[in-house]
Each structure stands twice: as structure tokens, then as C-alpha cells.
Design a protein around this ligand. Structure first.
Ligand SMILES: C[S@@+](CC[C@H](N)C(=O)[O-])C[C@H]1O[C@@H](n2cnc3c(N)ncnc32)[C@H](O)[C@@H]1O
Length: 356
């Protein structure tokens, strides 16, 4: 029986922990996760680094790192790595990506330049190893443009881009080619949704297909959400998601520019504003300030911070200054954390701020 480093968490934190372990590239897919009555034991590929440990501490109320005897995964879960052993030169095998994004039945992989000649074999291997996957795409370049979409190259399976993703029990129709969606933000979608209190009005300035709005409406039956996106394809998926989740009465989808929409119909209406457009967040702080009720409210501010030794402080400072320029003030920072490292020394940060 293989012994492995292991993360033990209470069962209720299981989904969060598994996602986190995947984000941190620590999951050991050769071994099987073990369940006891109250806890989950997740096998890791190595002891978490100090940085990873900090992340775990920030995101999990309780956990334990120890060693445990795990069962091997059943043969149906063969890693693509194993399937590639006799197809790739030995020196390239170590470069085979372990981190994959699964969005419904679509897998998205980042192929290092050295392996581009083998991309089809890698795609086929992923398809074979993950039975729930019907389609494999490779990322081509970065997320870009106003719609924040990434070019994808079809590698294997059925060539289609629409799928259904289930996140914390909520069904989301997505289209990986037409509208932004990242499964790496699942914990954030859930974290924000769980904070919304009865009768709140929420304005989601950059709503995408609705991964914040849908769980908010489902968790809090008296909440009203205005969900804006400039990408008509995103809004049409949002409308579908509103229907399948039966929250028509609570979510108002709006196609268009967030600035215009707030000016026209949402000035001083919001108890809470979600600003999930990190690339140009700062340029829209004035819009968030305009949307917040005169008596105040909460802003969830996502941004990128580059080359700063203190990314959280840097994000708070820039937000505080621009709020001030708009004749309002941050009365309290409620929360701040690095959501993920987007490149070496570049962080996506979220700051929750109470403003008045
Ligand atoms: C990073 S995505 C976030 C989507 C969603 N919140 C999520 O978590 O999946 C940002 C979204 O903002 C939209 N967007 C960009 N500029 C906009 C603007 N001026 N007004 C409204 N939406 C905009 C894009 O189309 C994109 O869907």
C-alpha cells in the first residue's frame, strides 16, 4: 500500500480543499481520496511548500498535514502521463502538464513549447484518462480583449465548445469559445454568495455567464441582482442559466457597458457591487462608487498586482485612493487575499471593502 503525504479536512471543507489542492498543483492523482465518517483524506504529491501552506491556512478553517496509506486509484483513472510513456521521448515526459482545467466535459490544457509536436498525443491521452471528458483544447496565448476570452486550439474528442459546469450544486451553461469562464474562481463565487444577506441589492458589473449571480440568487431568496456584461454571448448564456436555475424573479440581465448601465438605471441602488474585471478594475471604481447606496455598501474589488512585495497592501491602497477621489471613503477593509498567482510575481487579488 503506497504511503503518501496527506491533507485531512472535515468533510464539509472537502470540495474547497480539493479545488485548492488542484490549484496549488499538489494533487496526487495516482492515489484514491479516502473518506472517514467526518473527514476526507486527500493524497498530495509532496509536502506543501511554506507558500502553499500559507494559502491552505488562509482558505481552510481547519486541516492537518500527515502521512497516510492510500489505495491506488482504479485502472480507469490512468493518468495521461502513463499513457504517454511510450509515445514521448523520455526527456520530455517530465514536461507533460499535470494541471488541467475541467469545465464540464471539456478539458483545457496548457502545452509547453517543447511539447507542441506531441499535442495531439497529449490530447488523446487526456481524453482516454478522464472518462468524463469528451473534448480537449489547448490554451493559445493569454485571455484577451474586452470580452476576456482566450483562443483555444482543438486537440481531441468532439469539436464543440459549449458545455455544462456544476459548481457547488449550481448548473452553469458555459461556452469556452464565446464567453469568459474560469473554474479556478469557484471558491470565490461561493465565498461572495455566502455573504449576501436578506433583501440586498447586488450589482455585478462584469457578470459573465453568471457564476456570482446564480449562487447569490439561489442562496438568498430575497436578494435582487443586476448582472451586466458587454459580451452579448455571455449575457445569452446568463439568461439560460437564470432559467435553468429558476431565478428569473431575482436576476436582471443587462447587455452593455457597465458604466452606461449604472448611469442609466442603477445609480445609488446597490448594497454590494462585484467588480470582477481585474485587468482594468481601477478604471471602474468610480462606477462602483456611483452604484453604491448613499448610506454605503460593500465592494468586492478584483485586480492584478505586479511585482509588489505586499500585493494585498498595494491593492488596498490603490482602491482606497480612487474611492476617495470619487468623494466616498473606505470605512473598513473586510477581507483581502491573493486569489491566485497568474505569473511569477503577478497576483490576482481580491479586496472586500466597506465604503460610505
Ligand atoms: C474576467 S470576466 C468575469 C466574468 C464572471 N464574473 C466570472 O467570474 O466568470 C470579465 C467580464 O467583463 C465583461 N466586460 C468587459 N468590459 C466590460 C464593460 N465595460 N462593461 C460590462 N462588462 C464588461 C467581459 O465581457 C467579461 O465577460
Amino acid at each position: 500500500v503506497p504511503e503518501s503525504v496527506c491533507l485531512t479536512v472535515p468533510k464539509k471543507l472537502g470540495e474547497t480543499a480539493i479545488r485548492l489542492i488542484t490549484e496549488l498543483d499538489l494533487s496526487n492523482r495516482d492515489l484514491q481520496i479516502q473518506q472517514t465518517e467526518n473527514s476526507l483524506k486527500i493524497p498530495l504529491i509532496s509536502k506543501p511548500s511554506p507558500v502553499a501552506l500559507e494559502e491552505l491556512k488562509k482558505k481552510l478553517e481547519t486541516f492537518k498535514v500527515s502521512v497516510y496509506d492510500f489505495a491506488e486509484r482504479k485502472k480507469s483513472h490512468i493518468l495521461p502521463f502513463d499513457l504517454l510513456k511510450d509515445k514521448l521521448p523520455a526527456e520530455l515526459l517530465d514536461l507533460v502538464p499535470h494541471a488541467l482545467d475541467f469545465i464540464g466535459d471539456i478539458a483545457i490544457v496548457e502545452i509547453p513549447d517543447e511539447l507542441l509536436d506531441y499535442k495531439t498525443q497529449i490530447g488523446e491521452a487526456i481524453l482516454k484518462a478522464h472518462k468524463q471528458t469528451n473534448t480537449v483544447f489547448a490554451k493559445v496565448g493569454a485571455v484577451k480583449g474586452v470580452y476576456r476570452i482566450r483562443d483555444l486550439e482543438f486537440l481531441a474528442g468532439t469539436n464543440k465548445t459549449a458545455t455544462v459546469y456544476v459548481e457547488y450544486g449550481n448548473t452553469l451553461h458555459v461556452d469556452v469559445a464565446k464567453a469568459y469562464f474560469s473554474p479556478r474562481l469557484s471558491n470565490e463565487h461561493n465565498r461572495i454568495a455566502s455573504q449576501v444577506t436578506p433583501n440586498e441589492t447586488v450589482v455585478d458589473l462584469f457578470a459573465g455567464v453568471g457564476p456570482f449571480a446564480i449562487p447569490i440568487a439561489k442562496n438568498q431568496k430575497t436578494a435582487q441582482v443586476y448582472s451586466i456584461d458587454i459580451n452579448p454571448e455571455a449575457v445569452s448564456l446568463l439568461e439560460k442559466n437564470i432559467k435553468v436555475n429558476r431565478v428569473e424573479k431575482q436576476i436582471v440581465p443587462i447587455v452593455g457597458d457597465a458604466r452606461k448601465a449604472v448611469k442609466q438605471q442603477l445609480s445609488q441602488k446597490a448594497d454590494r457591487v462585484i467588480m470582477n474585471l481585474p485587468e482594468t478594475a481601477l478604471e471602474f471604481v468610480d462606477v462602483a462608487c456611483e452604484a453604491i447606496k448613499p448610506e454605503g455598501g460593500i465592494i468586492h474589488y478584483y485586480c492584478f498586482v505586479y511585482d509588489s512585495p505586499e500585493p494585498l497592501e498595494a491593492a488596498k491602497t490603490e482602491l482606497e485612493q480612487v474611492v476617495k477621489q470619487n468623494n466616498r471613503q473606505v470605512t473598513k477593509f473586510l477581507f483581502a487575499k491573493t486569489v491566485r498567482e497568474v505569473a511569477p510575481y503577478a497576483w490576482q487579488v481580491v479586496v472586500d471593502a466597506q465604503i460610505q
